[in-house]
Design a binder for this molecule. Structure first.
Ligand SMILES: Nc1ncnc2c1ncn2[C@@H]1O[C@H](COP(=O)(O)OP(=O)(O)OP(=O)(O)O)[C@@H](O)[C@H]1O
Length: 244
């Protein structure tokens, strides 16, 4: 287990508000999101859970501007928004070392943030390591560092730990819990792991058939332990079974 580091000032960002009204999205004739209305406060951490095919990834893609939508979709106040997405696969470039992967796309004066971000995810000393020289968990740490080094206002996490074993995932939860508190980014996390949702976020949205069926606030202090979230998890599980 790596000690959870603390992000330094240069990596913090101002989260943005999200305002969706009657938002719909479709692939051809097939409607995926149906008249969604949702407000997310700046810096809020929200989990999207629900059965496969319910539209979670489509909603993330819409927020990243990658899926055409109808209705109102506002992210921030009109100024450019720094959005970063982290996926289940690390999507690192195999021919670049860890530091260069993190620095990719950063303006030259901001490159110092890459080393700092690697340090904050517990990979100081592995700057030159190529992706194939790192474990799956370490590669996801690099991917997380890459996202954070850009100081995102909006952080979109699409099942980022879905491919990791249970122990590595627990490590990543501890790490991400600390980093999210320090970054200030508005965060949306798509996950099938209810414990992950309840440990890391303050609000859990249950999405089914393109609609929000439940909007659950998690008013428990961080860091959260498994025992803290057990009741809520049972309630959510019931809801999930009810709509699958
Ligand atoms: N590019 C696409 N073209 C056509 N249909 C798509 C496309 N992407 C997704 N879909 C369909 O849209 C529906 C919603 O997909 P989406 O990935 O948003 O669901 P999800 O809730 O994230 O599912 P999962 O939990 O399995 O990742 C699915 O039925 C999927 O097959």
């Amino acid at each position: 287990m790596t000690a959870a580091p603390v992000l330094s000032g240069p990596l913090t960002a101002a989260g943005v508000a999200i305002d969706l009204r009657d938002l719909s999205a479709a692939y051809g004739e097939r409607v995926i999101l149906r008249d969604l209305t949702l407000s997310v406060a700046p810096g809020e951490r929200v989990a999207l859970v629900g059965a496969s095919g319910g539209g979670k990834t489509t909603l993330l893609r819409a927020l990243a501007g990658l899926t055409p939508t109808k209705g109102t979709l506002r992210v921030g106040t009109g100024a450019p928004v720094r959005t970063r997405v982290m996926f289940q696969e690390d999507r690192l470039l195999p021919w670049l070392g860890a530091l260069d992967n993190v620095a990719l796309g950063l303006p030259r004066p901001d490159r110092f943030r890459a080393a700092r971000a690697l340090q904050d995810v517990g990979l100081a000393g592995r700057e030159r390591a190529y992706p194939h020289e790192l474990s799956g968990g370490q590669r996801q740490r690099v991917a997380l560092a890459r996202a954070l080094a850009h100081r995102p206002d909006l952080l979109l996490l699409d099942e980022p730990f879905g491919a990791l074993d249970a122990l590595t995932r627990a490590d990543m939860h501890a790490l991400l819990g600390t980093l999210l508190t320090d970054t200030g980014a508005t965060t949306l996390l798509v996950t099938h792991d209810l414990e992950e949702a309840l440990k890391l976020t303050d609000r859990v949205l249950l999405l089914a058939d393109g609609r929000i069926l439940e909007d659950l606030r998690v008013a428990l202090p961080h860091p959260r332990r498994r025992t803290d979230v057990e009741d809520l998890r049972a309630r959510l599980e019931e809801q999930l079974h009810g709509c699958s």
